[in-house]
Design a protein around this ligand. Structure first.
Ligand SMILES: NC(=O)c1ccc[n+]([C@@H]2O[C@H](COP(=O)([O-])OP(=O)(O)OC[C@H]3O[C@@H](n4cnc5c(N)ncnc54)[C@H](OP(=O)(O)O)[C@@H]3O)[C@@H](O)[C@H]2O)c1
Ligand SMILES: *[C@@H]1O[C@H](CO)[C@@H](O)[C@H](O)[C@H]1NC(C)=O
Ligand SMILES: *[C@@H]1O[C@H](CO)[C@@H](O)[C@H](O)[C@H]1NC(C)=O
Length: 260
């Protein structure tokens, strides 16, 4: 059997190397990564997002790695995306003050008016993200849910609070760069005793049943919402994938191959 090499290290960047792999068989090494759907009353597409990898990533990254407490200050980048929109809603359910950044006015409106973030801003319009964060977090950030890396991370490091946590979920701003951005403010980790910890969702699927118990009632009661951006047809897959890097997607990018 052939194995899909990229499955072993999906976040190492160099996405373009993956596109020419043609595959007939795949050896699934663990039932924890692929599992059979016990479909209930929610839309089937949710299993690609909120009830799949994105949901597990948000849940594990925020609750397991972030260790949130009621009343804490939470900042989320790529906040309108597949993972970010959920982290923000989980943080509000926990009783946190929540601010998100995203790349358009439409997304900022969505964060504030649909997902219940306390504040949100368009990072593309901010010349000085450090100053912007000082404005939203005069007392500092307890949890930064990291999705983008680069300049945003550097500005956040100036604004962390003592004993803050940074779950490092992704660094999408760096994936397609040949010259990576430097991060200059890491010494703040020392002064502020901040814990910065990377996570891979694959390590957390043992929590999937617990996650379903938590999230399904919230979905049914309308307390957790999920926005999907649906592209139709396999031929539109490549453009949808590349669109993630320019923020073309609003919410979870889903590709419909065929309808039932
Ligand atoms: N560790 C894990 O196990 C794990 C699992 C799943 C996902 N991830 C990571 O989590 C992050 C979010 O994934 P997702 O699936 O939820 O994607 P997503 O947020 O739905 O889509 C990516 C978004 O990133 C933003 N973006 C793209 N280029 C950017 C840049 N240069 N600077 C700032 N923002 C940029 C865009 O939104 P804007 O319009 O706001 O710019 C885009 O919509 C990614 O970094 C991904 O690699 C990690
Ligand atoms: C960050 O912003 C604050 C408040 O505006 C300012 O006092 C501080 O000097 C800034 N730090 C850097 C490194 O720009
Ligand atoms: C990635 O970088 C290459 C080389 O600089 C560029 O040609 C390509 O358009 C970039 N792709 C995306 C999705 O930004």
């Amino acid at each position: 059997m052939k194995r899909l090499k990229s499955m072993e290290r999906p976040y190492k960047g160099q996405m373009q190397q993956r596109c020419h792999i043609i595959q007939e068989y795949n050896l699934v090494p663990s039932t924890q990564i692929l599992f059979k759907i016990k479909h209930t009353d929610v839309p089937l597409s949710y299993y690609t997002g909120i009830l799949g990898m994105a949901g597990m990533t948000a849940y594990a990254g925020f609750f397991e790695v972030g260790s949130p407490k009621k009343g804490e200050n939470v900042f989320i980048s790529a906040a309108a995306g597949a993972v970010g929109q959920l982290v923000g809603q989980f943080a509000k359910l926990t009783g946190c003050y929540v601010v998100g950044s995203a790349g358009s006015k439409e997304k900022v409106d969505l964060l504030k008016n649909k997902f219940g973030f306390d504040e949100a801003f368009n990072y593309k319009e901010e010349l000085d993200v450090n100053a912007t964060l000082k404005g939203y977090f005069p007392e500092g950030i307890d949890i930064y849910f990291e999705n983008v890396g680069g300049k945003t991370l550097d500005a956040v490091l100036l604004n962390m609070r003592v004993h803050g946590r940074i779950p490092v979920c992704g660094m999408i701003s760096q994936y397609n760069l040949t010259q990576l951005d430097g991060v200059t403010n890491l010494a703040n980790l020392i002064f502020k005793r901040v814990k910065m910890e990377g996570l891979l969702v694959n390590d957390f699927y043992h929590l999937y049943p617990k996650f379903l118990d938590f999230v399904l009632p919230h979905i049914r009661e309308g307390k957790v919402l999920y926005v999907e951006d649906i592209a139709e047809g396999l031929e539109n897959g490549p453009a949808a994938l590349v669109g993630l890097f320019s923020g073309r997607n609003v919410g979870k990018q889903v590709l419909v191959v065929a309808r039932e």
